[in-house]
Design a binder for this molecule. Sequence first.
Ligand code: ADP
Ligand code: MG
Ligand code: MG
Length: 252
Amino acid sequence: MLSIKNLRASVEGKEILKGLNLEIKAGEVHAIMGPNGSGKSTLASVLAGNENYEVTGGEAWFDGKNLLDLSPEDRAREGVFLAFQYPVEIPGVSNINFLRTAMSEIRAYRGLPPMEAKEFLKTVKEKQKLVEFDAALANRSLNEGFSGGEKKRNEIFQLAMLEPKLAILDETDSGLDIDALRIVSKGVNKLRSDKNAFLIITHYQRLLDYIVPDFVHVLYNGQIVKTGSKELALELEEKGYDWLKETSKATE
Ligand code: ADP
Ligand code: MG
Ligand code: MG
């Protein structure tokens, strides 16, 4: 599904990703861990097409398409979803209307007509039930005045509705409390299937107690320096990241 080869990216002239390799297949859940500043959020931003980041080398293929050639909008329409992609509060636009528009765009891109109102509402109800999303939140303005936990619930609801092929969740700086961890992990576990994939970026080993990843990668100094199973997360919790320093071949 996603194949990243020797990816290099800079922000404000400083190289952050220094030759990153990653392969993700449908049905897999990958976790990326790493010290602060190693480039985790940069990777998420580059994959989503954030224009503040300059790709200076390497490739990223998504479902056989050159991801780096696509606009951010087309990446979303192709099925790449970055949580926090729409963090903005939009007063006056309800969640539901936002999702209706987003879904219509995705369907149009795939040559499908918009969903009939009745079918759309049925889908909303089904997905609300699936991820235990409060109907009152759905009708509120997008993210306006949402608490941290409510934003997480909303993100999971968006995931349920939009059914992306690849969901990238960058949780690093959101200061998740235990309730939010539960919301995210329960949602991901309900939504994971053999047709989609998740890339979960986290500081916290704790999250991986709830979402059992197929692979854990360590991002260090702009490269993936180690890949393992879920046990690697426990090892990192215990030993920290310094022991991986010598495996990093990139210059600081
Ligand atoms: P992580 O998510 O692993 O903590 P980031 O990808 O956020 O790391 O940051 C990697 C490095 O890139 C850091 O040194 C950070 O200061 C720098 N960086 C990231 N985004 C920007 C930006 N928009 N402008 C300037 N520097 C940035
Ligand atoms: Mg950080
Ligand atoms: Mg980060």
